[in-house]
Design a protein around this ligand. Structure first.
Ligand code: EPZ
Length: 419
């Protein structure tokens, strides 16, 4: 089992480049089931992506991954397609459920393992199934699998999501693209990763319009030509390194290959706390904040403050003056990092959905355990700012979503060793 050993209090300076977005790449990989030939660039070399590629291979697509160029070529010869997503692949990577929409709409049937829960919550897929049923799918749950059928193909319809879901919006989008007629989907998630998926589907020939939270899709033939797409940057990785800089960058820390316009809410929150951020066209420059002020935030669907940055922001709030509050409104159990941060000296209290963080508190290194992807990176941030050494166990959580994390931070003078 690998561990990270972090030497604390090392001031950061230098440059970091942001990788492609894991959460944009995953639905675009699932969308390649609808295509003939695609070439996807700027993909992040992280565990979840490799698992999704394994799933595409299992289904019968031909994939060729060029790790040094971060490009994957995918060919769907449309022969010997296995419309099955087995438990062994979906259990570790919930986004495997995103192959349900494309398989159903193109091959009229699919058997996909229920993803099951994870550390941050039960993670149901009822909204995914609600949308597919509206599109005419027959759905049964049996032995932990979703059995879906659409003998005469899917039919366009009006869908109004009872609550906002990134995955359900993506699955419905992938299914509706090949449904007959027109589909109007209301109360959709509009994360930048979904916009990137829409750009990809338009290259595939889709007729999609977005107005507010409503998506209009008209039936279109899929283009047979080769589709080339470069995945958007990872805004959560960006937010993570902006917070690391706010904690420890004595001089400027430049973060490249980003579009600051996309992370307005994160930048607004950090500026409100007192972090100095200079926005450039394709980069941001952040430096250590002094006299940081407390803040109260609630996690919300985009364009609100993202739940995926909640754990990271909490570490910053242990260093600001005063009592801050974070209300986690998206997932029911996304405070797993709190007990570990408290073992490092943080003063945090949980009241229902709200974490109350007292600052500033001196953090001291400890041996801690990662529990989920974003909680694990909050422990890295805490280790960077704590006295002495921090050892982080269960690194597989971290490796699911952060590419070359220790290399990127060590290139900015951090002292992190993987053993
Ligand atoms: C996506 O998960 C992201 N994952 C998550 O990032 C992110 O935290 C989440 O969106 C919210 O932004 C990927 O894109 C691969 P949801 P998803 O459906 O689609 C409930 C990370 O760290 N819900 O928007 O699963 C659900 O339980 C990961 O990169 C239902 O009730 O999130 C949650 O409370 C973690 N029924 C809320 O909606 C459903 O059918 C939002 O979930 C689906 C979701």
């Amino acid at each position: 089992m690998q561990k990270l050993i972090i030497k604390g209090r090392k001031e950061l300076s230098g440059k970091i480049s942001i990788s492609g977005s894991k959460n944009a790449t995953l639905p675009i990989l699932a969308a390649s089931i609808l295509a003939s030939k695609v070439s996807i660039k700027n993909i992040p070399l992280v565990k979840d992506i490799f698992t999704m590629i394994e799933l595409l291979n299992f289904i019968g697509l031909k994939t060729k991954l060029n790790k040094s160029k971060k490009i994957i070529e995918i060919i769907n010869k449309n022969t010997k397609i296995n419309t099955l997503a087995p438990y062994k692949l979906v259990k570790t990577m919930r986004a495997g459920v995103l192959v349900l929409g494309p398989l159903l709409t193109r091959y009229k049937k699919a058997k996909v393992s229920l993803p099951g829960g994870c550390a941050i919550g039960t993670r149901p897929v009822d909204l995914h199934l609600f949308a597919l049923k509206k599109l005419g799918a027959k759905i049964k749950i049996k032995d932990g699998y979703i059995l879906a059928q659409a003998k005469n193909g899917l039919r366009g319809t009006n869908i109004s999501f009872p609550s906002i879901s990134v995955g359900a919006t993506e699955n419905a989008l992938l299914a509706a693209f090949q449904a007959k007629g027109e589909t109007v989907m209301k109360n959709c998630a509009i994360e930048p990763e979904i916009i990137d998926l829409i750009i990809f589907l338009k290259k595939l020939g889709a007729n999609i319009k977005l107005k507010g939270r409503t998506i209009f899709i008209k039936e279109r033939k899929v283009k047979k030509s080769k589709i080339i797409h470069e995945v958007i940057f990872d805004r959560i990785e960006l937010g993570t390194y902006m917070i690391a800089s706010a904690l420890l960058a004595k001089k400027d820390l430049k973060i490249n290959k980003v579009n600051p316009k996309i992370i307005k809410s994160e930048i607004d929150v950090l500026k409100k706390i007192g972090v100095s951020i200079i926005k450039k066209k394709t980069s941001v420059v952040v430096k250590k904040g002094i006299n940081l002020k407390k803040i109260n935030i609630t996690t919300k669907p985009y364009p609100g403050f993202p739940t995926d940055l909640q754990a990271q922001l909490m570490v910053l709030l242990t260093q600001v003056n005063g009592i801050s509050k974070i209300k986690e409104n998206i997932f029911e159990n996304r405070f797993m990092h709190v007990p570990e941060l408290k073992r490092m000296g943080a003063q945090i209290e949980i009241k229902g959905k709200t974490a109350i963080i007292k600052g500033p508190t001196k953090l001291t290194g400890a041996e801690v355990m990662a529990t989920d992807l974003r909680a694990s990176v909050s422990l890295v941030l805490a280790g960077l700012v704590a006295e002495n050494r921090t050892i982080i166990n269960r690194l597989y959580h971290l490796d699911r979503g952060y590419e070359f994390l220790e290399n990127k931070l060590n290139s900015c003078q951090a002292k992190i060793k993987r053993i």
